[in-house]
Design a protein around this ligand. Sequence first.
Ligand SMILES: Cc1ncc(COP(=O)(O)O)c(C=O)c1O
Length: 283
Amino acid sequence: MPDIVFFNGSYLDRDQVRISPDDRGFLFADGIYEVVRFYGGRPFELQAHLARMVDGLRSLRIDGVEASTVETVVGELMDRNGLSGSDALLYLQITRGAAPRVHHFPDGETEPTVFASVRAFSSSVDPTVGAAVITAPDHRWTRCDIKTIALLPNCMAAQEAHERGALEAVLVRDGVALEGTRSSFFGVIDGEVRTAPRSNYILPSITRAVTLELCRENGIPCDERPILLEELDGADELFLSGTTTEILPIIQIDGRKVQDGLPGPVALRLAELFRARTESGTS
Ligand SMILES: Cc1ncc(COP(=O)(O)O)c(C=O)c1O
């Protein structure tokens, strides 16, 4: 299989990419990323991902990358890697570029570093099986709404989950269960689907927005209201959502079963509705 990637304006073999040791992504995690899913060769919610990318670049004041350019690159990468028509995953990363190491932004023109790659991908998680999660303190900064590459707190919590035999860690700040290290977090509490409201403490997740849309379209009561740690034990259901996770019921949290320890009906229904949405091509 070819592994052709995009790097600063060129299509190269992955092995040919050379990233400068002065790159501010390497030195300061000064950049953003996006992950986009393709179903049958069709990108899922690409415009929403591009809009979030543009917002992130604006927040970090990184100039010089247009959504339209990235859109062209994405299509080209799928073609060049023989993935047109396939299930695949795009990884895109943009940093402020390479410049002598000072904390403030480089003076003068610095070209951003743009890297993108695609690979064949299909889901390794099964909603009918569900997943175990743990809770962990949220040690991230207070701009979690920007999809930056500064993911160390996420990695630390994900490692703890991994070591405890769980798939994901749900991050808790000030007694509120906010989101996973790479997924959004939902509860079904008193018959209502709930997830943390949009704020600087969570990522404006694309799958989270689709999940809420599916609830509204299908008459499933839902609300964007904080889920308190103390509400977890009594919840009817808990579930995760995300680009790679899709919609995944949680069957165990911190070693305790969620209800009877089986995937809940609301999460399973949403997982089916989500799957139908990915197959319909209305993305
Ligand atoms: C912290 C966090 N929350 C939520 C998500 C899910 O976001 P999306 O649905 O846009 O993939 C991710 C994805 O990486 C994430 O890192």
